[in-house]
Ligand binder design. Structure first.
Ligand SMILES: [Zn+2]
Length: 76
């Protein structure tokens, strides 16, 4: 699967467009450790995932917390 083929949800914080990026490190040892890892970053607010495999990064980015809405005014 090509890096552009993943469907990424908009940023959960600002709604910005998400981009998948290859992780880049100056330290060679660290670069080798994360050679097959990517990060997903919002192009607007720059929030990003930790470096992960493509599949895990997409899963992490696209996972949204369940929001439960409670109507507090109901009992008043
Ligand atoms: Zn954002």
């Amino acid at each position: 699967m090509k890096i552009e083929d993943h469907e990424l949800l908009p940023c959960p914080f600002c709604g910005g467009e998400a981009k998948m990026l290859r992780a880049a490190f100056e330290n060679e040892e660290i670069a080798a450790k994360y050679a097959n890892c990517v990060g997903i970053r919002c192009t607007k607010c720059l929030v990003s995932t930790i470096p992960l495999s493509e599949e895990d990064a997409v899963k992490l980015w696209n996972t949204r917390a369940l929001v439960i809405s409670v109507d507090l005014a109901k009992d008043k």
